[in-house]
Design a protein around this ligand. Structure first.
Ligand code: SF4
Length: 206
């Protein structure tokens, strides 16, 4: 869940001192998805590419460890934090254990976050690596696919180190970010974060 107060407290950036945001590469149109695509189009993040007051640092953890294209993968037996603590595994579609590679990729992402001294990360939700609000619980291709609240391995690694992560579907939070990087942007109060929408509330019975 996004820390709105944190977002509101972000400094007003300038072209000389932009906000530094680590972003899932695929959200910016880079063809690093499991099938060699960008996993669709995400105007909520593409829009960030238009500003000089934000520096986007792009990284794809799964491509780092497994290349593109590759198999799809999901977390089995817990969330990303459980993977980092040795309590859950990441398996590819065909059942290959990708846990070690996913942890290495998350460590690389954390290294980049520290080196770049990022202010925030914007990551692709529902991914076993980049998800920050919702992820699959087990194989997403199972007949009865199941979602769970939680973060993927790389997002969990960043959060555990104290970095804030929002997703491309946290439209309310992104409104605050836009208002920081563009003084003319008027916040739309009707836009909601992923955890505030009806699907999330109904699915997780909140
Ligand atoms: S690992 Fe992250 S950056 Fe890479 S394709 Fe999946 S969601 Fe996008």
């Amino acid at each position: 869940m996004t820390d709105i107060n944190f977002l509101k407290s972000l400094r007003i950036p300038t072209e000389d001192n932009p906000l530094r945001v680590l972003v899932s590469s695929c959200l910016t149109g880079i063809l690093c998805g499991y099938d060699g695509t960008a996993n669709g189009e995400y105007p909520s993040v593409i829009k960030l590419l238009n500003y000089d007051t934000i520096k986007l640092i792009k990284f794809c953890p799964e491509e780092f460890s497994f290349g593109s294209p590759r198999e799809m993968c999901d977390i089995h037996g817990g969330t990303g934090i459980d993977v980092l603590e040795g309590k859950a595994k990441v398996l590819s579609d065909s059942g290959v254990d990708w846990t070690e590679g996913m942890i290495k990729a998350s460590e690389k992402m954390l290294e980049i976050a520290k080196k770049e001294d990022i202010d925030l990360a914007v990551m692709m939700d529902v991914s076993a690596a980049c998800g920050s609000q919702v992820i699959y619980n087990g194989n997403r291709f199972a007949e009865n696919k199941v979602y769970q609240i939680g973060a993927g391995v790389s997002a969990a690694q960043l959060m555990r180190a104290g970095f804030k992560v929002i997703s491309q579907r946290d439209y309310g939070s992104l409104e605050i970010l836009y208002s920081k990087i563009d003084e003319k942007h008027k916040i739309n109060p009707d836009l909601k974060d992923h955890h505030e929408i009806d699907w999330y509330k109904n699915y997780f019975n909140i």
